[in-house]
Design a protein around this ligand. Structure first.
Ligand code: LMR
Ligand code: MG
Length: 283
């Protein structure tokens, strides 16, 4: 049986097609649904329009694959005042029902996608939120969802290193856990950093999965990216050009989370909440 899962993220809408124990392919459409939510918790008209159209196109693709378009939405829809209105609009446009997941559940989905049933931990840096979640002895022992992500940081601070630094320190203050190894980093920011470190072109999920990123390397890359303009970043081998503007703040966020949690290394994982949603809710 074939499954299609759609993640309506705050930076991008993503489709995963899965069958017989493997991910067949993933597709990404960057619509920036979370643009502006850093200022006011309201989804903007143009962002809603772009995103609804991307969902409709992926839903059509899912149906053409013979699968039901199982769709979930994360921080932007969860926190916006007009999130429900957006859900109704999507339903009307293409018949898709959005499952708006809580922050805690979002972390669990990432954990499940990256680790399956094993013990360990995960950091999911998204567009409008960041989840840190851990499992020890088969049980969840830590789960936090922070209102900080690559799109939100870019909206608030642009590429201003000092402002980014202050904003990130403030937002990650609640992170005090000692995470069980091993720790995976999922989401577009982390996977792009792994692709950049290896100069991957084209992007190759098999080479991103389990790629070790040390704290020193993540920090050094964050500072390199901050020193470049978005168009200089876009020219780097391995860069996803659609995130060349927001990647520097996202990289600094990962570097600071690693420092705060004392993580010497994280392993990149292209297996994320899309697989997690399937494993936890559909299989
Ligand atoms: C998101 O929150 O949009 C992420 O899941 C994916 C991304 O593009 O960073
Ligand atoms: Mg996400």
């Amino acid at each position: 049986m074939k499954y299609c899962v759609i993640d309506v993220g705050s930076n991008s809408v993503r489709l995963m097609t899965w069958a017989d124990g493997t991910t067949l392919y993933k597709k990404v459409c960057t619509t920036r649904l979370g643009e502006g939510v850093a200022y006011a918790p309201v989804l903007r008209e143009d962002a809603m329009d772009r995103t609804a159209r991307a969902i409709a196109a992926f839903a059509e693709e899912a149906r053409a694959e013979g699968a039901f378009p199982q769709t979930f939405a994360t921080a932007a829809v969860r926190t916006a005042r007009n999130g429900e209105e957006f859900c109704a609009r999507v339903k009307k446009m293409c018949g898709v029902e959005l499952d708006v997941v809580s922050g805690e559940e979002e972390g669990e989905l990432a954990l499940c996608g990256a680790l399956g049933g094993a013990d360990g931990s995960v950091v999911d840096i998204g567009g409008a939120s960041t989840e840190v979640c851990a499992r020890r002895g088969g049980k969840r022992d830590f789960a936090v969802s922070l209102n900080v992500g690559a799109v939100r940081l870019y909206d608030r601070c642009g590429d201003d290193k000092a402002r980014l630094s202050v904003a990130i320190d403030e937002e990650i203050a609640p992170l005090t856990a000692v995470l069980p190894p091993r720790t995976y980093a999922v989401g577009g920011t982390a996977c792009t950093l792994a692709a950049l470190m290896q100069g991957l072109e084209p992007y190759d999920a098999a080479r991103v999965n389990d790629f070790p990123m040390t704290a020193e390397k993540v920090k050094a890359l964050a500072h390199t990216l901050l020193a470049l303009t978005p168009s200089e970043r876009a020219a780097l081998k391995g860069m996803d050009v659609r995130r060349a503007d927001i990647i520097a703040g996202g990289a600094l966020l990962l570097a600071k989370i690693m420092e705060k949690l004392g993580l010497g290394v994280v392993y990149a994982s292209d297996r994320d909440n899309l697989e997690g949603y399937l494993f936890k809710k559909l299989l």
